[in-house]
Ligand binder design. Structure first.
Ligand code: TXA
Ligand code: MG
Length: 311
């Protein structure tokens, strides 16, 4: 792995794009200080320019040097959850340029825990801007093969790191306003955060963060969320070819059925690969059995609601 990582760091220094594994999903990385590299990153993702990217670092000291104010709450969260699946939004320092923040006065910072990501950040030393390594709005990649399918030759190198362990994007907490706002739920839950500070749910629909867009993380096949109670009825009604993502056993009337784990961690880990698989099953509709309405399912529910939102 060492020579591959060295090559990846060289590509980043030269302004190239490297996809790399993190514990959440695979990221598409560019040197966060290089305007040209970040412009290529946006073009490759087909991402609107006002949509900020998260900057990844090898240590919290490095990460916090990109913020001009680090509130106590941010230090506590970093101490407890970094390296790990948490992104903090803070007021930016002069290091975080407009091309990273979408022109906003804040910056998203994260210290990932995946060993390959850590090796790359250690070798590169600087900040790596990295959105999920998929085209904008579609399902995030959780394997190197997903990245190659999505981005092909548009990326200079894809580092292999096995399937992402968490499977959904990091929890995002905005600490730039005095209060603590949960912008995107993730594996680190509101309950986990509440042990350190009180976090309010952001109820806004805004393009500032992916979670703010109603339709996101979406397969190409139209998908619908249905309650456990309605699943049977919906299957009966549909005359089209249908693919189902559910907790229960396959139903013989259904063309393609994927059974999901009953625990939220296992479900999150499998979710994006499952959506990709259902999307290529040649069906006209995807039905998704809604997970329980309980706090530990909040992050999975959020992704499913967005995957199933009206287009
Ligand atoms: O788990 C993750 O966070 C993955 C891996 C690769 O680290 N990255 C990821 O990046 O999900 P992306 O770009 O797909 O989503 C990050 C979200 C974006 O929607 C962006 O708008 C939001 O974080 N974000 C970044 N900086 C922000 C800021 N200054 N204010 C508000 N939202 C911000
Ligand atoms: Mg994304």
């Amino acid at each position: 792995m060492k020579p591959e990582i060295r090559k990846a760091a060289e590509i980043l220094r030269a302004g190239g794009l490297v996809a790399f594994p993190t514990e959440t999903v695979y990221g598409l990385g560019a040197d966060a200080s290089n305007a040209g590299a970040v412009a290529r990153l946006y073009a490759t993702k087909r991402r609107p320019a006002d949509h900020p990217v998260i900057v990844h670092f090898g240590s919290k000291e490095k990460a916090f040097s990109w913020a001009r104010e680090v509130p106590t709450g941010a230090r506590q969260l970093a101490e407890r959850f970094w390296p790990g699946p948490l992104t903090l939004i803070l007021k930016r320092s002069a290091l975080a340029k407009d091309f990273i923040t979408g022109g906003q006065d804040t910056v998203g910072l994260r210290v990932p825990s995946h060993p390959v990501a850590r090796g790359l950040l250690e070798m590169f030393q600087g900040g790596i801007a990295a959105p999920s390594a998929n085209r904008f709005g579609l399902v995030s990649p959780t394997t190197a093969a997903h990245v190659r399918e999505d981005l092909g030759d548009d990326v200079d190198l894809v580092l292999e790191g096995g399937p992402s362990e968490v499977g959904i994007e990091s929890t995002i907490v905005d600490l730039s306003t005095g209060a603590a706002l949960l912008l995107r739920p993730g594996a680190i839950s509101r309950g986990d955060l509440a042990q350190l500070l009180n976090v309010k749910e952001a109820r806004l629909s805004s393009p500032r963060h992916s979670g703010g867009l109603e339709r996101h993380y979406a397969p190409r096949t139209p998908a619908r969320l249905v309650s456990t109670h309605d699943l049977d009825k919906e299957i009966e009604k549909l005359k089209q070819r249908v693919a189902v993502l559910a907790f229960s056993r396959p139903d013989e009337r259904v063309d393609y059925w994927l059974r999901m784990p009953r625990n939220p961690e296992g479900y999150a880990r499998r979710l994006y690969a499952a959506l990709r698989e259902l999307d290529t099953a040649g069906c006209e509709t995807i039905l998704v059995e809604a997970p329980p309405d309980a706090p530990e399912w909040a992050a999975v529910r959020d992704r499913l609601q967005k995957a199933c939102a009206a287009r």
